[in-house]
Design a protein around this ligand. Structure first.
Ligand code: NAP
Length: 430
């Protein structure tokens, strides 16, 4: 028997398991520190994007195959070390994603009310680490920093009415806080221009269909229309949305302003964030942004920094600090140790990007480990965890947690989510 441990039960982890489980004599353990599987699908993808979340049913199919096992509520690093895993398994694949925010390195970034997108997204999605975040929604102004899809998610969630969350799985605490929100003016800051956004057309187009909020683009920020032919088709569609927003400003109570060529340089406030100082930028020939020295202020009670994520390092595992990911040779970190998904390539691409990535790393593992080295595998892990009184959560346990979540769902919510590890464990009588 060949034994593979995958650390992380998100998309990259399950796509890797999907290919591995088709190989003969293969036992795959998918280990997660939470008692619930699916990583970003559960706690990263926006709650009003249920069609994207539906991919978890595919992962469930993988999880239910005979040679794949979910080992939940086991923290690699404290319950078991990487060295112990590489001793027990023929291969260990790190599919730990990129759950930490890239730091916003400007004065005032540590003021209360300045929040990274990992925390903010985790809050409205019920991640146990961020359920108690309680973001300040008591002021009309919010600044969202970044021009990627996460910035769009954050702006859209802040702008929606309670009715627009029908059918979403937004958690109750976020639904209630947003229903009481005083937020009226959302600014999305991009340090470069409309042709340099990292926003996809479907997600950008959604902003044009919100009940009480309308997007606004200053026509002066748009390059000449003829320049759009140079863009690849997806980007061209995105920019077309921006042109439509600029051409048809619609008066609604909540505004979402795209501030292009706008670089945050400081955050100010007495005891909490009150305003963001923004410097106007220009682009050089290599499309890099440079400050012009001209600044303006945006009043804001909340700043959400959506400037990308990074993988937390693990002691002893080679790491690329500049890129915020494990150092690997196209997936191979050290003999017997691999990285896949965002942990390998950094936080880019969609959920689907992880499918070929997972398949490729799985094939690499299958080739490298040959017939296996007769390692102890899952029996060895079970013995080690038992000796430490660590009781893993099984996939069967997860199904019971899930059933309890469905039973607890409020009207219009396809599934309430438990937002603490204690509540998850209580659902299985622990
Ligand atoms: P992203 O796409 O890399 O965008 C990050 C943005 O932050 C860029 O606009 C970048 O601008 C800006 N930025 C970086 N450092 C900055 C700084 N110091 N000051 C100001 N701006 C700064 O990252 P993301 O939005 O976190 O998304 C991560 C991945 O998840 C992406 O692949 C995204 O498409 C994906 N995602 C997909 C969906 C979906 O499909 N529905 C939803 C959410 C996320 P520059 O370009 O100037 O560096």
């Amino acid at each position: 028997m060949r034994h593979v441990a995958i650390v992380g039960s998100g998309p990259a982890g399950y796509y890797t398991a999907e290919t591995l489980q088709k190989a003969d004599d293969m036992a795959v353990d998918v280990i997660d520190r939470l008692p619930v599987p699916y990583g970003l699908i559960r706690t990263g993808v926006a709650p009003d994007h249920q069609s994207i979340k539906a991919v978890s049913r595919r992962y469930e199919g993988v999880a239910l195959t005979d040679n794949v096992r979910f080992v939940g509520h086991v923290a690699v690093g404290s319950d078991v070390s990487i060295e112990e895993l590489t001793d027990l398994y023929d291969a260990v694949v790190l599919a730990t994603g990129a759950p930490h925010d890239r730091p916003l390195d400007i004065a005032g970034a540590d003021l209360p009310g300045v929040i990274g997108s990992a925390a903010f997204v985790g809050w409205y999605n019920g991640h146990p680490d961020f359920a108690k975040l309680d973001p300040p929604l008591d002021a009309p102004g919010v600044v969202v920093i970044g021009n990627g899809n996460v910035a769009l998610d954050v702006a859209r969630i802040l702008a929606k009415t309670p009715a627009e969350f029908a059918g979403s799985d937004i958690v109750a605490h976020a639904r209630a806080a947003l229903a009481d929100s005083a937020v009226r003016h959302i600014h999305i800051l991009g340090r470069r221009g409309p042709h340099q956004i990292a926003m996809t057309p479907k997600e950008l187009g959604e902003l044009g269909h919100l009940e009480r909020a309308s997007p606004r683009v200053d026509p002066a920020d748009l390059p000449p229309e003829g320049d759009d032919v140079m863009l690849e088709p997806g980007m061209r569609k995105s920019v077309t949305h921006l042109r439509q927003f600029a051409a048809n400003p619609v008066a609604k109570p909540v505004t979402i302003d795209f501030d292009f060529f706008a670089m945050p340089v400081a955050i100010e406030g007495e005891g909490r964030v009150q305003r963001v100082i923004v410097e106007r930028t220009t682009l050089d020939a290599d499309l890099r942004s440079h400050g012009t020295g001209e600044t303006y202020a945006i009043e804001a009670g909340l700043v959400v920094s959506c400037i990308g994520y990074q993988t937390p390092p693990i002691p002893g595992v080679p790491y690329e600090h500049g890129r915020g990911r494990f150092a690997s040779d196209d997936g191979r970190i050290l003999p017997g140790l691999y990285a896949v998904g965002w942990a390998r390539r950094g936080p880019s691409g969609t959920i689907g990007t992880n499918k070929p990535d997972g398949a490729r790393i799985a094939e690499m593992v299958i080739e490298d480990i040959g017939r296996g080295a007769g390692k102890a595998g899952r029996a060895g892990l079970d013995a080690l965890l038992a000796s430490r009184n660590v009781v893993p959560v099984t996939f069967r346990d997860w199904r019971r947690i899930e059933a309890a979540e469905v039973a607890a769902a409020l009207d219009g919510n396809p599934r309430e989510k438990f937002t603490s590890v204690e509540a998850m464990l209580a659902a299985i009588g622990r």
